[in-house]
Design a protein around this ligand. Structure first.
Ligand SMILES: Cc1cc2c3c(c1C)C(C)(C)C[C@H]1C[C@@H](c4ccccc4)[C@]4(C(=O)NC(=O)N=C4N2C[C@H](O)[C@H](O)[C@H](O)COP(=O)(O)O)N31
Ligand SMILES: [K+]
Ligand SMILES: [Mn+2]
Length: 498
């Protein structure tokens, strides 16, 4: 059973020796975020701050980098594994397979229970004061304190039977208000529009479950198809229904063992300035601010000694954070599913962390490719059209189509194929009429259009590979020498003192 609560997850990290439990007082104004940012980059233990300056009455402790790489280089993805109850030595391929494993199963609806740990403390109406919480400032350029970076935004469709769980950032603006990014084509934006169109004129009931069960947070970060209620997918993933409790001030349901729950309504008319925010590509643009919807907060409920998980997005090549290990990996899962459902000989898709998950390597089975009797132009246009016109491919701007001799999780492999087999211009297939990811710096602050285009598929297969032929020997130790020579070399290696 995956870690069905943040507490169980923290215990798993402690057992792994991958948790630093810090009782010294730390300042949520930049100090906490700077530590978390360095934890990602140094691949240090996940920090649990038990003594955050300004915390009171159990609100709140902070857990940093729950989805960062583990502090044990032998098991880099062990934190993700613990969230999904996979073995500690799980690979990213295992994480992708696990998150896709319920694709063919029946959805398993959650069950409603009377109460749970998130109901241990209930703060209502006038007692709600977000400004009294130790909200973290995550980057010196940020436009506000982002309390919401790893919680689940829970919003229902006004008429259809669809409750969407996603992650969308939000910052505190005053005692009972936040403002949060709601951007197309994300489902929260789609539901926001549906509410506006419904003509009811009502503001939108929502809940944000902070410190929800880790596997629920993973599903919230995954671009599952529209209409799929993530809670039901999680039930199918776990083989047992999630337990939800009803909110105090609206009819939303939240995971019973969430750490902290914010309840209220998203205004369909009022907006406020949101951002800047240090985002997933490693930039916080000083002029980045847009008018975004206001989240009214009518209740806060929480566990005693509640823990707020926090993500501090930034440069991933030094050490990926959850906007890479979760957004990138889970979008890769959905892109792989999309291409396989279209009958293409795709065996794996992955967004390298070295590219801020803006690129994705698409691995094809070269034997099955040869049976297709196709060519680069045809294959790359098919792949690009499928991925770039689908929501799961929204944040990817460059696809690299590689053969099965290339490990998509190994950036050395991917760049070797890209550098040596993709001829600039002839092997690049451009897409200017597809939705862009507007937060990519060369889109938001570049010279061209901001909402469309700037996408390309790079063919990294030589023509012979389209016929299933590999007309070369790869010059590395692994491939360049007969087995008995390699055995001989390895057996004498130590004696030579190399
Ligand atoms: C894991 C994770 C996911 C995030 C985000 C973050 C983290 C940690 C923070 C740290 C808050 C940074 C911003 C980054 C920002 C962002 C915006 C657009 C695309 C990617 C990221 C955004 C966000 O603010 N808004 C948004 O719409 N989607 C986000 N996702 C991606 C979505 O959770 C993901 O796409 C899901 O699939 C949505 O569910 P849906 O398919 O609509 O049901 N945030
Ligand atoms: K989701
Ligand atoms: Mn969704």
């Amino acid at each position: 059973m995956p870690s069905e609560s943040i507490m169980r997850f923290v215990e798993a990290l402690r057992r792994d020796g991958d948790l630093a439990s810090i009782d010294a007082e730390v300042d949520p104004h930049l100090e906490v975020a700077a530590i978390i940012r360095r934890v990602y980059e140094q691949r240090a233990k996940a920090p649990l701050f038990n003594n955050v300056k300004g915390a009171r009455n159990g609100l709140y402790r902070i857990l940093g980098a729950p989805g960062g790489l583990s502090s044990d280089p032998k098991f880099p993805y062990r934190r993700l594994a613990r969230q999904l109850a996979l073995p500690g030595d799980a690979t990213l391929g295992d994480v992708i397979d696990k998150m896709l494993s319920a694709k063919k199963s029946q959805p398993l609806p959650p069950v409603h229970v009377a109460t749970g740990p998130c109901k241990e403390n209930i703060i209502l109406g006038n007692d709600v004061d977000l400004t009294k919480l130790p909200n973290p400032l995550l980057n010196r350029a940020d436009g506000g304190d982002y309390i919401q970076t790893l919680g689940i935004n829970i919003v229902q469709h006004p008429t259809q039977d669809w409750t969407n769980w996603s992650i969308a950032r939000a910052m505190v603006t005053d005692k009972n208000k936040m403002v949060g990014l709601i951007m197309k084509p994300q489902h929260i934006a789609r539901l926001f529009d549906a509410w506006k169109k419904s003509g009811s004129g009502r503001d939108i009931p929502y809940a944000i479950a902070l410190g929800a069960p880790p596997i629920a947070t993973m599903a919230a970060s995954m671009p599952l198809p529209a209409g799929v209620s993530e809670a039901e997918y999680v039930g199918a993933l776990c083989g047992s229904p999630l337990e939800l409790v009803k909110c105090e001030t609206n009819d939303m349901y939240v995971p019973a063992n969430s750490e902290i729950v914010l309840e209220g309504t998203i205004s369909i008319s009022e907006t406020a300035k949101e951002g800047p925010f240090g985002e997933m590509h490693g930039y916080s643009f000083l002029d980045e601010n847009s008018q975004q919807p206001i989240y009214n907060v009518t209740a806060i409920t929480h566990r005693n000694d509640a823990i707020l998980p926090v993500c501090v997005p930034g440069r991933s090549s030094l050490g990926p954070d959850e906007t890479h290990t979760m957004i990138g990996t889970l979008a890769s899962a959905e892109m792989r599913q999309l291409l396989q459902d279209a009958g293409l000989p795709v065996t794996q898709v992955f967004t390298p962390y070295e590219t801020q998950v803006i690129w994705a390597a698409v691995q094809v089975d070269r034997k099955r490719l040869a049976e297709m009797g196709t060519n680069a132009q045809e294959l790359c246009n098919k792949i690009g059209s499928l991925v770039f016109r689908h929501k799961a491919g929204m944040q990817v701007h460059r696809l690299l189509v590689v053969g099965d001799d290339i490990d998509p999780f190994d950036f050395n492999d991917v760049t070797w194929a890209y550098a040596t087999r993709c001829r600039p211009y002839l092997d690049e297939f451009h897409f200017e009429d597809v939705p862009a990811y507007p937060l990519v710096p060369y889109m938001s602050h570049g010279t061209g259009t901001k909402l469309t285009g700037g996408k390309v598929v790079a063919n990294c297969l030589l023509p012979a590979e389209y016929k299933g032929q590999q007309e070369w020997v790869t010059c590395d130790f692994e491939n360049g020498y007969p087995e008995e020579i390699k055995k001989k070399v390895l057996s004498r290696w130590a004696d030579f003192g190399l």
